[in-house]
Design a protein around this ligand. Structure first.
Ligand code: FAD
Length: 594
């Protein structure tokens, strides 16, 4: 690949004409993030991530992070230096709160910046993803003392954060966790237990690491109700607030895994020496699960972003290869010479499928992030509430739809390369390997679908889904002005109707207590929902492009319309193919003789 080139035209078009950056930049506190300034910021960021971070993607995959004999983690060559530059150049803090030294950019812009980091190097970018989640959790639930001691260093990126939920017996069922936290007379706690799969659980990039750990106090009730959240620093701060004594935290091993080799996935033991790891309660006892959801929701959007990012990286990689690889003459023509494979219709279909899904997913990601900005900064209570409901509804869809599609796109990327995709030297296989974790962590996609059906569909008695469906239908009206969009318009109307039908059906099952029947259709429903949202947003993009905004090249706008039409006419119709699976109930699943 000639190297990652951020598609700034598509990113800025999506921000400005699909996701409502201008509205966000009018919100209190965000006036400095007007579209023009944001365009300049993204250009700078794009240069940094393509020049400094992207070249480390292959090295990271080949070397991986390793556990040294002294029990610490060594990151691949170049990571330490690149991370230092990332912090010094201010990209780590760009969308973090100004109150704590951050750049105060809206979330919608932060997401665009982080998307570039993830496209350049997904494994590396996981460290900041978790750090951002830790900032949010501490800001919202930590005491002033904790905030004052820790947030600034997380915001600047000088220290990183981790998220510790999983234990051998507690994966999807977090409530089963056993790590124990015992209160001390000075108000701190001592933690004992083992966490597995902890992303960036140790590293040599920063002088301290702050672990946010879920644990159970001795008399806590069983299940999620009895869980509390603790901040457990790798190095306990001395009286000057500097990292001092080493805490009782040990990395027992690193997982050997399919992809994201640069990201150390650690088995971490707390309290191995017997005294217990020193931790500080975040929020109140037994509110840990609720508070961790602040971190998890941010992280879920961050993981959804990985689907967009890996799809974009795989697309660019495949496009480069398809332009260069000469193979076969065009079937049905008299041409004697072989041509680059990009001239074959099936290869063009693969590339356009990748491109269209990436652009649809990017739109959904930015729209969701924009709701996050309105949730905190919206001008009226009504707008803030709407944003909060929309964010809640869209989060599992961003997480699961984008990551499932991301894996599929990475796989198509391998296919475009033919046999060379299956051998490691082209790099196409790395995207497929790296992408595969995203549907698993941060709550598997199956769990996201359960969340969508059990918690999000019933929000406000179904009015949150219904309101979004009404809003989607409005673009169908606007498409009527453009004859080129006639077919897309028909497909969108039918797809929205199909979504309304399955949403009502699921609502009725839930109301009637037929939970298994509703859950049996949860994953196809999520897929259907994501596909239709993609259609709505690609339609919005097509209408905006046909209005010819002068700041974009005509060729870009024509291409945008073409890609949107492909999505609407050839990908979107698959949404209604899922209706029988959503409404199929649980009988066939239960009757299966496994
Ligand atoms: C590389 C990597 C990094 C990770 N990073 C972190 C981290 O930083 N911090 C952290 O705490 N954890 C982390 N994890 C753990 C990750 O979040 C869990 O692996 C994930 O939540 C699934 O848990 P599990 O592996 O125990 O699978 P299980 O819970 O055993 O699930 C197995 C299958 O059963 C399905 N399933 C389970 N329960 C249900 C249900 N109720 N309804 C429907 N389907 C269900 C799941 O969807 C899945 O398909 C990481 C994992 C990996 C592999």
């Amino acid at each position: 690949m000639s190297g990652y080139q951020p598609r700034l035209d598509d990113m800025t078009f999506t921000l400005n004409h699909v996701a409502g950056l201008e509205d966000v930049s009018k919100l209190n506190g965000y006036q400095h993030a007007d579209p023009e300034t944001v365009g300049t910021i993204l250009e700078e960021a794009g240069r940094f991530f393509s020049e400094v971070i992207a070249p480390l993607n292959r090295i990271g995959d080949q070397q991986g992070s390793v556990l040294t004999e002294d029990g610490s983690v060594k990151t691949p060559d170049g990571f330490k230096e690149a991370y230092r530059k990332y912090v010094e150049s201010g990209w780590a803090a760009a969308h973090m709160p100004q109150e704590w030294g951050g750049g105060g950019l809206p979330y919608i812009v932060g997401v665009a910046i982080q998307e570039m980091f993830k496209t350049a190097n997904m494994a590396f970018a996981l460290a900041p993803t978790l750090t951002h989640g830790a900032v949010e959790a501490l800001e919202r639930h930590g005491s002033d003392e904790l905030k004052n001691a820790y947030i600034e260093k997380l915001v600047s990126g000088e220290w990183t954060g981790t998220m510790n939920l999983t234990e051998p017996e507690a994966g999807s069922d977090v409530g089963a966790l056993r790590t124990k936290a015992v209160k001390q007379t000075d108000g701190s706690y001592r933690l004992f237990g083992t966490k597995i799969f902890i992303t960036w659980g140790d590293q040599d990039l920063t002088e301290n690491i702050l672990h946010l750990v879920l644990a159970r106090t001795p008399d806590a009730p069983p299940g999620t109700r009895g869980i509390s959240m603790f901040l457990v620093p790798k190095f306990i701060l001395d009286e000057k607030g500097k990292p001092g004594e080493r805490n009782d935290i040990k990395v027992l091993s690193l997982e050997h895994k399919l992809g994201i080799h640069a990201s150390p996935t650690c088995v971490v033991s707390y309290g191995d020496n017997g005294a217990g790891a020193v931790g500080y309660l975040v929020g109140d006892e037994q509110e840990g699960m609720r508070n961790m959801f602040t971190m998890m929701n941010a992280a879920r959007v961050g993981v959804g972003m990985e689907g967009v990012a890996i799809g974009e990286a795989a697309y660019q990689h495949a496009l480069d290869y398809a332009r260069e690889r000469v193979q076969g003459r065009p079937i049905g023509s008299d041409a004697k010479a072989s041509v680059p494979i990009i001239e074959h219709p099936d290869v063009r279909r693969m590339l356009l499928t990748m491109k269209a899904y990436v652009e649809a997913m990017r739109s959904l990601l930015y729209v969701t992030a924009g709701e996050g900005d309105h949730m905190f900064h919206g001008e009226t209570e009504e707008r803030r509430q709407l944003a909060s409901d929309r964010l809640a509804l869209l989060t599992p869809i961003v997480k699961a739809w984008c990551t499932d599609v991301g894996v599929e796109l990475a796989s198509i990327g391998v296919q475009v390369h033919g046999g060379m995709g299956y051998v490691e030297e082209t790099g196409a296989a790395q995207y497929l390997r790296d992408s595969r974790i995203a549907p698993i962590y941060e709550g598997t996609n199956g769990i996201q679908a359960v969340d969508l059906v059990l918690r999000k569909v019933p929000l406000e008695n179904g009015a949150v889904v219904a309101g979004l469906i009404v809003e989607m239908s409005q673009v169908v009206d606007r498409m009527g002005e453009y004859p080129d969009l006639a077919l897309f318009r028909e497909e969108l109307a039918v797809a929205i109707q199909g979504l309304a039908e399955t949403s009502t059906w699921l609502g009725e099952r839930l109301a009637g207590g037929e939970i298994q029947s509703a859950l049996a259709g949860a994953s196809p429903y999520l897929r259907q929902f994501g596909t239709v949202l993609g259609g709505w947003l690609m339609a919005t993009a097509a209408v905006a492009a046909l209005a010819r905004p002068p700041e974009f090249e005509p060729a870009f706008l024509a291409e945008k319309v073409n890609t949107a039409r492909f999505y609407g006419q050839q990908l979107l119709p698959m949404a209604n193919g899922l209706v029988p699976a959503v409404k199929g109930g649980a009988d066939l699943l239960n009757d299966a003789a496994f």
